[in-house]
Each structure stands twice: as C-alpha cells, then as structure tokens.
Design a protein around this ligand. Structure first.
Ligand SMILES: [Fe+2]
Length: 353
C-alpha cells in the first residue's frame, strides 16, 4: 500500500508544492522512491503547475539518497556542466555535485540552469545535506512565467528586437584560478580538460563561438533566446541569463540583499560591488569583461532595463529557509533559482536532467 503523504503548497503563491510524510508515517527514502516511480505523470503535471516540488521531512542523509530521489523523478541525470559556478562531484556516480563552491558572500542571481546553452536541462534538483545556521543561504525560487508576464512591454520589446549576445573570458590552465573575483573559474575547470580541440568540440555542440587569445586565454561568444515557450503548456517564459551575465548584476543583487537584510556587512558589500564594477567598466571594453551580455549587434543593454528586470524578479522571489534533508525538484523550463549569501558551513547538492 502507498504511504500517506501530506501534500500542500508552501503558501498562497503555490511555489513550491510540498510533499511530507504523514503524521507518524513512513519517512524512508525507499518508500518515497517507490511512490514517485508509481506516478511519473502526476509528478510532471504538479511540477509544471507549481514550478517545483519540495520533499521535506524524509530521511535523506547523503548524496546517494538524494540521487535516488532525483532518479525516481527523472532517470536521465546529466553531468556536463557549462555554467559559471565552480562545482565538485560528491557521489561516486559523478551525477551529484556541490551546488556551488563560490565563496559564501557571493550572491547568485536568479537563473534557469544553463539557459544560455542550446538545450538547457528539463529539471534541476537541490538537496540540503547541511543547511547553514542562521540567516541566509536560501535558494530562492522565481517563476519566470510571471516575470515574462509582468515585464514592461517596452522593455520586453527591446529585448525581443535586440536579441542577446553573451561574452565570457577565461584564463587557461597556466593562469588565474578558482575564486578569481571576476572569472570564477578557468576554462579547463569548466570543460574538465586541457585539450583545446576537445573544448572546441564541446563549444560547437553548444553553439559557442571560440576565440583563443594570448597566454591561453579563451573567449566564448554565444547568442541565446530572450524567451522560450514551456514545452508542456506553451506558456512564454523569460528564459535567459542576462541577470547573471550583465555587468550590473553584482551591484544590483547586493543592493537588494542589503535592503532585505540591512546588516553592516551587506551594506558594505553593496558599496564595494558598485565601486568595483564602476572601475571594471572604465578599464575594459565589453568584449574584454570576464562576463557580460549585450544585444546581438553589440549595443549595450541599459542598466535601467536590467534594474526593471531585477525589480520584477525580486517581486516574485520565494525565499524559504532550508531544512536538513530537503530535496527540491525544479521545473527548469519555467522556474529560476539563485542563492543568498550566508556564513558558516553549508552543504547543498545539485543534480540535473
Ligand atoms: Fe544554477
């Protein structure tokens, strides 16, 4: 017999739908896995409707438990990661990673996973193996269908007509490293190889243009759509990485975080980020920035438009503290995720399909 689970949205916004063991019920991973395998269509339908499912109160203790739950929802997990966060594999299978090895004070703006690639993942899974103590460290969610709907039509039109061009500059095996404040990781860390031909093949698959520079530097140029339509419902979704790649990203995020949590630390970080980006803009052209995006023809996207995008995103942000063992299954076609800064030890794992 199926165990009785309690299923209800976290709050009136409907995101995420929370599944918990019933009172005194079976909290085992084995039962949850069997239950999920019995109802793939129900899972897909609820995940689309709510944007994410949160499994809370189950006995999920390690990366292997997390992988079992993720595989019960989607057996085809991926391991190719071409994003900006440094990540380490944490299970022997190689399909579960630390969500981000970026320093804790780095905010991660909202994004649908790898939306800048030719075929982004369908689903993203997170698991709170060890939530940090105290405030911060949440993985906020945002329904990007609502963002598309609520953007000023004039801003939407400018993006649609302009299209998006992303430029990323990386140093190679000989230079720089993890936690360089601007580049976050080297190209050999991203592609997991030092073989330039292999890098070029991977880039071709993803539609990235490759330019090798002096001292092993790699410049990746790509275009990406502004929106995508949801494959199940046809709803239009703001589905791009501008809020991560645009130069205004760090100061724009830090300022909002400082308004949400006005500690001296957050206010200082907001000021430092604004000053550092102002210097970068004076020192380097768009093409030389570690990460930046413009319209396809190279014209700059205005900071005012990016501020508007961030305003709409933050209006729809769902911020929920992690509980140990939480597993979040996100519909990557419609819902974005990010990370708020934190302090102290924290381990959140990620997988995708
Ligand atoms: Fe991500």
């Amino acid at each position: 017999m199926s165990p009785a689970y309690r299923i209800e949205p976290l709050d009136e916004r409907g995101l995420p739908l929370v599944v918990r063991p019933g009172e005194g019920g079976d909290a085992s991973v084995a039962s949850l896995v069997a239950w999920l395998r019995e109802r793939p269509e129900w899972v897909a339908e609820k995940q689309t409707a709510h944007g994410a499912l949160l499994f809370r109160g189950f006995d999920v203790r390690d990366g292997e438990d997390f992988e079992a739950v993720a595989r019960a929802i989607d057996p085809e997990l991926g391991k190719e990661y071409l994003g900006t966060s440094p990540r380490d594999a944490i299970t022997a299978s190689g399909y579960v990673f630390s969500a981000s090895e970026l320093p804790p004070y780095f905010p991660i703006p909202q994004h649908c996973e790898m939306s800048f690639t030719a075929s982004p993942p369908r689903r993203v899974f997170f698991c709170a193996l060890r939530p940090n103590d105290g405030e911060g460290g949440e993985t906020p969610l945002c329904d990007f269908r609502k963002v598309w709907r609520d953007l000023d039509p004039a801003v939407r039109e400018r993006f649609e007509q302009g299209g998006l061009r992303i430029v990323r500059n990386y140093s190679g095996p000989s230079g720089g490293g993890r936690f360089d404040l601007w580049q976050l990781k080297r190209w050999d860390e991203m592609f997991l190889t030092t073989d330039k031909a292999a890098v070029e093949t991977k880039c071709r698959d993803q539609g990235f243009e490759v330019q090798w520079g002096a001292k092993d530097r790699l410049c990746l140029i790509s275009t990406q759509p502004v929106h995508r339509d949801h494959p199940r419902t046809g709803e239009r979704v703001w589905h791009n990485h501008t809020q991560v790649f645009h130069l205004s990203a760090a100061p724009g995020e830090y300022r909002r975080i400082a308004a949400l949590r006005p500690t001296w630390r957050n206010r200082l970080l907001a000021k430092v980020a604004a000053a550092m980006v102002a210097v970068q803009r004076r020192l380097r052209a768009s093409e030389q920035q570690a990460m930046h995006c413009t319209y396809v023809d190279g014209r700059e996207i205005s900071d005012a438009d990016m501020e508007h995008v961030r305003d709409v995103i933050w209006r729809h942000l769902v911020i929920t503290p992690w509980q140990r063992g939480d597993v979040l299954a996100i519909d990557n076609h419609s819902v974005a995720h990010g990370r708020l800064p934190y302090q102290g030890p924290r381990q959140v794992a990620v997988a995708w399909a």
